[in-house]
Write a protein that binds this ligand. Structure first.
Ligand SMILES: [Zn+2]
Length: 349
């Protein structure tokens, strides 16, 4: 394929989440074009055609907002949750409709982009959680060499490992670094086996570290706080759970205990990841590190809990690791996807 001169091109990243899709972009040097979060409904229940139309609409909106059009696009990276049946073919995804299993999303996106752009554009895809670490690693590796393990708890637990040369580790089935669905040492946490959204009941790490298992953790802790407002409240479990982050920052002992427990569980995940990959850097992202909705004190307490717990299980000293707060927030996967396709095109070209 013939590529246009690099300085005139930008690289788009589309992040397809279960509920919303986001678009980001980088220039040919890998610098983000914007840190503004642009998102739209993924529209998963409306079927593949509607999903792809939404991605194209998001991409074209991003281009218009930057005074660009398809002529300026050198490649597109697509971040999408796995598992996959093969490269570019969706497997059974717990958070998207079952009818999408077997969907050749990459071929369909390539065809749709070729029609809109009037030419074929390089498009690559990878697991969304894996791609989140790419921009974080790029920012760290500018001043400090070494590979990067990233864990980002949100609705689930995103996990990523990026080599010291900036390439993301995908695995032979694009299913590498799935620490989230490994069993947690729940007995060390003094907790029962929690159910996981993936359908397994062996106590996946994700259930102890992310929003997905927070209602089970609250149910377990609440009997020890019989006079707590949440023990009396008729509010639905989801709204109780979503109130915890704010409560913890106001010093609520129940909420603090819950996030201290999540920090301990996350430290165990960090230790497992570090024993497998031996990184120099660990990045913690997700909603508990979100600078717009958490205080520095809250983040420091959470990170200190992770570090202390990791140090109990690590094979090497925790002093070998440098911990970082994530910088790219909800844009990390879209920017990571854009960087991935830029790397692929640069290697090929
Ligand atoms: Zn699981």
């Amino acid at each position: 394929m013939k590529y246009m001169k690099c300085e005139t091109l930008i690289y788009l990243g589309i992040d397809c989440g279960a509920t919303t899709s986001k678009v980001g972009g980088v220039d040919c040097a890998g610098e983000p074009l914007s840190m503004e979060l642009r998102q739209s409904d993924t529209n998963g229940t409306a079927g593949p055609g509607a999903i792809i139309a939404g991605w194209l609409e998001g991409a074209e909106g991003f281009l218009r907002a930057h005074g660009l059009d398809w002529q300026n696009v050198g490649g597109i990276g697509l971040a999408i949750p796995g598992p996959y049946l093969g490269y570019g073919v969706l497997g059974r995804q717990p958070n998207l409709p079952a009818t999408l299993e077997g969907w050749h999303f990459l071929d369909e996106l390539r065809q749709a982009v070729a029609v809109s752009a009037g030419r074929s554009i390089p498009i690559e895809t990878a697991n969304d959680g894996q791609l989140a670490g790419v921009p974080e690693a790029r920012a760290i590796q500018r001043t400090s060499p070494g590979s990067v393990l990233m864990l980002a708890p949100g609705s689930g637990l995103g996990c990523s490992f990026v080599h010291s040369d900036g390439r993301v580790f995908g695995g032979d089935h694009q299913a590498g670094v799935i620490l989230c669905h490994m069993p947690a040492p729940y007995e060390r946490l003094g907790l029962p086996r929690f159910r996981c959204g993936c359908g397994r009941d062996w106590g996946c790490i994700e259930a102890y570290t992310s929003i997905s298992g927070l209602s089970q953790l609250l149910e377990h802790v609440l009997p020890r706080y019989p006079h707590h407002e949440l023990a009396q409240s008729p509010a639905p479990s989801k709204s109780k759970v979503l109130s915890l982050r704010g409560r913890a920052q106001q010093g609520d002992p129940l909420a603090l205990e819950i996030f201290d427990t999540q920090a301990r569980a996350m430290g165990m995940a960090v230790a497992a990841g570090c024993m497998a990959y031996d990184p120099a850097h660990v990045v913690i992202g997700g909603g508990l590190m979100d600078r717009t909705s958490t205080t520095p004190e809250f983040r420091a307490r959470y990170l200190a809990g992770i570090r202390e717990s990791a140090s109990e299980m690590l094979w090497v000293s925790v002093d070998h690791l440098t911990f970082h707060e994530a910088r790219f927030g909800d844009l990390s996967q879209a920017i990571g996807a854009a960087l991935m396709v830029l790397q692929a095109v640069s290697t090929e070209g």
